[in-house]
Design a protein around this ligand. Structure first.
Ligand code: HEM
Length: 511
């Protein structure tokens, strides 16, 4: 998808149309067109994401947040509860603590196998197996375990059971693993409900069989999640009102708009147009599934891209190490604090710069709910706009030497207040959508779109940054990461998201 859009962009310019079967999409490649689309006002005409409201029975029309098209009803309500659950400062502390624990767990798995060189018990047959030393395989499991804990509050088991399997230990199927596997199957099924009409899904023989299996899996997944929700509801009921509850997002979903919700009054004030009521089990299921899907492949693949770019840019790695050493000195095992994360400005710049060059989500879809003008044309309501972020983030009119990895373009903004106030782009350090050549003003605003924009901007952005900064710190302050084939190009596959297909690696204790 990414490559096709790149090609069409160079051939047809900043605006052109493409057809998906009988559906037309207008592709927008210039950041100036994003100004309207990424507007944060509730009056925005560009909140809708999908052109067809197919797949209600699969939870795709009015449940969860990502696939939800009911923008004035269930999306607004779910999104409010979702954002509040994920953006609470209290969650940051736990997210950091859990990331640290999980990196340690992953290190111990790597040690057992011999991925960390110099360890005694190297298992030769395992480290010669490309599957085992393929970083994306580990990162996917890392983010499964992480999001499971963030979502449900209970440690996931994907890393450990994968490692045990490699050693021939038969694991009992854990609840977390069966939920994650079922969520993956659920995610794979989405395209059948998006692509095929109700008639095809119900009557075309081969497709009907596949769709039935996906629906059975959905029933299983909702059933399992409902058991967990009910269990947690009972635990909450049994906890005295003056006792603090866990900070996982399931707890936040359950207590939202109830007497246990300490922020209730604030939300009533802030979201005046949303009916405040507790969430039903089915709504919570939809939101949990979105957290599982949104919070795994994105962060996992971006981390792999960071590792690839750092291996090929030693001067950037040296600067990163200088920053890490200035914060942690010789203590490569000191527990990382939230304050440390705030101080890791160069580390954050690397994450952003890699996301600019190699975005995991390089395009997005929005529809206008009313007739509107974009690029001098009047578009009827429900025109599909495909926003090609991956093209915008490499425009020569927005960035100096756009194809070069240069974290300084973000670092200088974050560390130099004068630059910030002079160009009016104070927020660059805070996931804003802004380009480098700011003298062009609005034209290049929105040329860096890591987390989308407007009211649908990614609600997991703070969590993703905590995870990524913590991972980069814990790996690079302690280890040298060696790629098995330094000449291999970055192997990616691009559908809705761009994944890292192969990155063979090993670690050595840092000299
Ligand atoms: C590096 C990591 C991540 C990247 C690059 C990323 C990127 C994005 C982007 C580009 C969007 C579309 C926003 C828009 O339409 O304007 C999005 C939406 C979303 N993301 Fe993320 N994301 C990341 C991590 C996460 C995490 C950790 C979670 C959950 C825990 C999450 C949950 C979601 C959800 C639920 C939506 C849909 C929001 C809505 O439609 O209202 N994401 N993300």
């Amino acid at each position: 998808m990414d490559e096709v859009l790149k090609l069409l962009h160079s051939k047809y310019g900043d605006i052109f149309e493409i057809w998906f079967g009988s559906e037309r999409a207008i592709v927008l490649c210039h950041p100036k067109y994003m100004v309207k689309i990424h507007q944060t006002s509730t009056k925005s005409k560009y909140i809708k994401r999908f052109f067809r409201s197919e797949g209600k029975e699969y939870g795709l029309v009015d449940s969860g947040v990502f696939n939800n098209n009911d923008i004035h009803g269930s999306w607004k309500f779910n999104r409010m509860v979702f954002s509040n659950a994920l953006m609470r400062p209290k969650l940051d502390r736990d997210a950091l603590k859990w990331t640290i624990e999980l990196v340690k767990e992953m290190e111990s798995c790597w040690r057992r196998i011999g991925i960390i060189m110099g360890e005694k018990d190297v298992n030769k047959s395992l480290i010669e197996n490309d599957e085992v030393i393929n970083l994306p395989n580990w990162m996917r499991r890392f983010t499964y375990d992480m999001i499971y804990r963030i979502a449900i509050g209970i440690k996931g088991d994907a890393l450990n059971s994968y490692t045990n399997n490699l050693f021939g230990v038969n694991n009992q199927e854990t609840e977390s693993n069966s939920i994650i596997t079922s969520t993956q199957t659920y995610a794979e099924g989405i395209m059948y409900f998006r692509l095929y009409s109700k008639y095809v899904r119900n009557y075309v023989p081969y497709i009907r069989g596949i769709v039935r299996r996906y629906l059975d899996n959905k029933e299983y997944l909702y059933g399992k999640l409902t058991e967990i929700i009910e269990r947690r509801r009972r635990e909450i009921n049994d906890t005295p009102i003056n006792e603090a509850l866990r900070n996982d997002i399931l707890t936040s979903f359950i207590i939202a708009n109830t007497d246990r919700d300490t922020h209730k009054e604030k939300y009533i004030e802030k979201y005046k147009d949303v009916v405040m009521r507790p969430m039903k089990n089915e709504e919570i299921c939809g939101n949990l599934i979105d957290a599982f899907i949104g919070g795994t492949d994105t962060t996992a693949n971006l981390f792999c891209f960071i590792v690839y770019y750092l291996a090929h840019h030693p001067h950037v790695l040296t600067r990163l190490r200088q920053e890490l050493d200035s914060i942690f000195h010789d203590d490569i095992t000191r527990t990382i604090t939230l304050k440390d994360l705030d101080n890791l400005k160069y580390c954050e710049s690397i994450i952003k710069e890699v996301a600019r060059l190699q975005p995991v989500i390089s395009s997005n879809i929005r529809l206008n709910s009313e007739e509107d003008e974009i690029c001098g044309y009047i578009w009827p309501a429900n025109t599909v706009f495909l926003l090609f972020y991956g093209g915008m983030s490499k425009r020569p009119d927005a960035w100096n030497e756009p194809l070069k990895l240069n974290p300084d373009r973000f670092y200088n903004y974050m560390t130099n207040d004068k630059v910030n106030s002079d160009n009016g782009h104070e927020d660059l350090g805070k996931d804003q959508n802004i380009g480098e050549k700011s003298e062009n003003g609005d034209d290049i605003k929105n040329s860096f779109v890591m987390f989308g924009g407007g009211l649908r901007m990614c609600p997991g952005r703070k969590l993703a940054m905590i995870e990524l900064k913590c991972l980069v710190t814990m790996i690079y302050r302690k280890y040298d990461v060696e790629l098995i084939d330094m000449n291999a190009p970055l192997k990616t596959k691009s559908t809705f998201i761009t994944t890292c297909e192969e990155l063979l690696f090993r670690l050595k204790l840092r000299k």
